[in-house]
Design a protein around this ligand. Structure first.
Ligand code: GTP
Ligand code: MG
Length: 140
């Protein structure tokens, strides 16, 4: 069994989609192992999105991720990293498949801002790194 890290992003938190997104993970058979409502700090986001810090959209991304509280969760199960990425769908809300979380709830705004509802770790190594950022008490 494996762990993954999801962030239910601020847009989803504000829209009352926390229960729906957690329910989709649970219905798939995965277990919620840790759960927390947090206001992300600039340092946490720079660590979490280290691969994107230098990109042109980072300021927009950081503003989005700090626009309200978000929910961090550790989800556990067999092949859960790949499984939750499937539930999540593609990065761009307009192109994400219907039936996926982003396909059903994500929004593109004309300004180029993407509100894609959820983050999910893209590999077991990423999951381990990201769990340490959002749940340091679990790793100590
Ligand atoms: P995450 O699960 O959030 O990591 O998404 P992902 O793995 O599908 O996408 P990626 O890691 O490439 O990008 C991380 C996040 O940056 C995305 O989920 C978006 O929120 C944001 N992002 C990516 N590309 C763009 C962009 O071109 N413009 C804006 N505004 N945000 C972007
Ligand atoms: Mg990513």
């Amino acid at each position: 069994t494996e762990h993954t890290l999801i962030l239910i992003k601020p847009d989803a938190y504000r829209r009352g989609l926390v229960g729906e997104i957690l329910a989709r993970c649970e219905r798939k058979g995965y277990v919620i192992s840790a759960l927390s409502v947090v206001e992300a700090t600039p340092d946490q986001l720079e660590a979490h999105y280290a691969e994107h810090v230098a990109k042109h959209f980072y300021a927009d991304l950081a503003r989005y991720m700090m626009s309200s509280p978000l929910v961090a969760a550790v989800i556990t199960g067999e092949q859960v990293v790949a499984g939750v990425r499937c539930l999540t769908g593609g990065t761009q809300p307009t192109q994400a498949d219907p039936g996926t979380i982003r396909g059903d709830y994500g929004r593109d705004w004309g300004s180029g801002t993407v509100e894609n509802v959820i983050h999910a770790s893209d590999s077991p190594a990423s999951a381990e790194r990201e769990i340490a950022i959002w749940f340091p008490e679990l790793v100590r």
